[in-house]
Design a protein around this ligand. Sequence first.
Ligand code: F3S
Length: 403
Amino acid sequence: MYLTRDEERIYEGEAGWTKKKAMEILVAIGDLNNASRLIPIESAHVSGVSYKTIGDAFQFIENLEGRVAVKSTLNPMGMDRERWTEMNIPEEFADRQKRILAAYTSLGIAAECTCVPYLLEGCAPGAGSHIAWAESSAVLYANSVLGAMTNMEGAPSALASALIGKTPLYGLHLPENRLPKLKVRVNCTLTDADYSALGYLIGQLAGDRIPLIELAANQHQRPDRDELKHLSAAIGATGAVGLYHVKGVTAEVSGSEAELEEEIELERRDLDDVYEERGDDVNDEPEVIAMGCPHCSYSEIMRIYRYLKSESGKRGGAEKVRRDVFIFTARRIKNQLRELIKEIESYGVKVLCDTCYVVSPAFERYKSILTNSGKMKRYVPLVCDGACVTLCSMEECIKAAFR
Ligand code: F3S
């Protein structure tokens, strides 16, 4: 890969050890992928924040010096920074988690600790802008819905790009690599968690082929941002692709269908199979209900409140949820909805920030989970020792909470 004189100097260590290591990572990735050169990026989103997932590798981050070169944000960590004792997080875990957070923030990375940076003011990339984001759900949303350009970065490469302010030019940074290869025709109308179920299926079918999704002709309701958020997360969870197109909906209307290799059709019964798929020892009544994977948006929190009010209202208005219910969101979103969150919590629901069900050790004891998230359906059995996850709509989640 071609390096400018300045980039070479960084590679040789003239800008210090940290930048040298970062440049070495970018050059190794660039060479591996036949990148011609480095290009400047607008922002970076860095994963690898939870002590549960990175373990003692965090000591490497503590040794880094200097500041990031572009606006950079952090993915969720293993606990809510204010409510970790309530989450029964062991002191030792919390101490290490705090050290990880301090190490990243000392580099100038904003401690947003969310997987929906694109929902925060000032953090959404524009169409056509080059970025280096980790976190598959955010990568798919940024590429597909917003039309930004990023490869699916891992924790080291996103951090390296943040420090250098550049990324190797290959993959989804090149328009010719953003064309669809697989057409998915959906023959039923979709709403709410159907987009999680659809993404769950499409990720499995697509593998690393960019899908072009064609919604049913009678699908008059365009998917909203929340539905596209869940579609992105589920495709990223079961597939290996960083971009999808929805005909007439997403940012890049893929003009060329010339490269399509295959066309498949999905029916309502295919989605129903995803809803019905459960583990062997599933308990009909879930022990816990979790929403906010990816982190809840303002509008989702408002919907949750409406459903809680309505279900409690049917039982006289003073009724609280009868099982553990957790909602995950970004701290900035929670701070802007303080009063509403208080109301939500008055029903016995916990709204947590900075963390999520998958990257925190706090939820490992639950064996049967109800969620509206296709990504949780995929990952929770892996990280919570075979726990059974059932997918349903947000409204059904809240109804089940009162049963
Ligand atoms: Fe976000 Fe955690 Fe889900 S990082 S996408 S809430 S697994």
